[in-house]
Design a protein around this ligand. Structure first.
Ligand SMILES: Cc1ncc(COP(=O)(O)O)c(C=O)c1O
Length: 377
């Protein structure tokens, strides 16, 4: 057996869509990006969505939009991927690392409240593995403090939490379509909002300052024959080269059609894991997974003998990982680290297990058999 940790599931629909882009011979920012943005906005229940080349870009722009003064602080969990906190540094802001809730491993809201001070301007809840941060509790507090809320939705796509989709609770939601995520475009991201005024300049910000639809212009070159200025644009804002392109959007449109079916398969696998590890001593689920309610990008366990178990699984052809070393322990972020002692201790037990749509039932059973073999040896 050789079982991968993550693997994108790609099909004929994605290939057909790419063929269509080839035939149109338009593979940069174009009509497929527009279409994907409209469909994504509808899918997550947001008024507007903007396609980007990553969630990292989305997080950078999301904070940029608010024009926070240099040196202000942003509350962020220590247990997240580097991009969540790097985006704070890109904006010349200071990350304030928050410890994890011991049960859900999401941001500990009590610790967040304790670490707040008047220099804080925003908070970035991360729905870690896909498990929702209690946004019904976070939002009223953030509003009372005047904080902007940017949801890092890299591990979720389409979960509804207490009647509202994740990504639409805060001011801006940032999604990732990187290849290990719930659906992929190779690399890609999307930012969404229900406050369109926030996105007034975002299309220019994602495309070197130009707010223009070249695809539409190209369709009208020859019709507007009395207008010699069809090429003109004005740069009013500092933009980046962060746009999604039509090749990525072609894959994304195919993936989006299959997303409900792919998410259902992930839930099924998680249920198999949850049932299978129940009777294995020394091992417990990473967090209280609720696969009937939410979609999860990662499945993990907490194991007392983490490193030995990882080595055993490796020797049996099972890939594993650890998500993550808390950022407050990373050399780059250490200067900003406050007390995140729970997660800095606890993460030594974490093992991420294989989870992807094409994982067969027998492979899931094999992974658990190998864990059982190790724990009960
Ligand atoms: C929590 C989290 N935030 C942000 C990102 C960045 O996503 P991207 O690779 O699309 O930039 C990731 C990617 O792994 C992530 O896990």
């Amino acid at each position: 057996m050789n079982i991968r940790l993550f693997k994108p599931s790609l099909g004929q629909q994605e290939l057909d869509n790419i063929k269509d882009a080839f035939e149109r011979s338009w593979i940069g920012l174009g009509p497929r990006v527009n279409e994907f943005e409209e469909k994504w906005a509808k899918f997550v229940g947001a008024k507007q969505a903007v396609g980007l080349n990553s969630a990292t870009a989305a997080l950078h722009l999301a904070m940029r939009i608010f024009g926070f003064p240099r040196g202000k602080k942003v509350l962020v969990p220590s247990l997240t991927f580097s991009a969540t906190a790097s985006a704070i540094l890109y904006n010349d802001l200071i990350p304030v690392f928050v410890d994890s809730d011991p049960v859900t491993l999401g941001m500990d809201l009590e610790d967040m409240k304790n670490k707040y001070d008047e220099d804080c301007v925003a908070v970035i809840p991360v729905h870690y593995c896909g498990h929702p941060v209690p946004m019904d509790e976070l939002m009223p507090w953030a509003r009372e403090k005047g904080l902007k809320v940017i949801e890092d939705c890299a591990h979720t796509s389409g979960s509804n939490y207490k009647g509202k989709n994740l990504g639409t609770w805060g001011d801006i939601g940032c999604f990732s379509f990187e290849e290990k995520k719930l659906m992929t475009t190779g690399d890609g991201g999307m930012m969404v909002t229900n406050q369109p005024e926030l996105f007034k300049n975002v299309k220019a910000m994602r495309w070197v300052g130009i707010d223009k639809d070249n695809w539409k212009t190209s369709q009208a070159y020859t019709q507007a024959n009395k207008d010699a200025m069809h090429w003109f644009y004005e740069i009013n804002v500092l933009g980046y080269k962060y746009n999604m392109n039509d090749l990525a959007a072609s894959i994304g449109l195919g993936q989006l059609e299959r997303l409900p079916e792919m998410n259902a398969r992930r839930s099924e696998i998680i249920k198999q894991y949850m049932e299978g590890i129940q009777d294995i001593e020394g091992v417990e689920p990473l967090l209280p997974y609720e696969p009937d309610k939410y979609v999860y990008q990662m499945f993990g366990i907490r194991a007392e003998k983490r490193d030995d178990l990882m080595i055993h699984l490796k020797s049996q052809g099972v890939a594993t990982g650890c998500h993550y070393t808390p950022l407050s322990m990373q050399p780059l972020f250490k200067p900003y680290a406050g007390d995140c002692s729970y997660i800095e201790r606890e993460h030594n037990k974490f093992i991420t297990l294989p989870l992807h749509v094409d994982l067969a039932d027998e492979e899931v059973a094999y992974v658990m058999e190998k864990i059982r073999e190790f724990e009960h040896r």
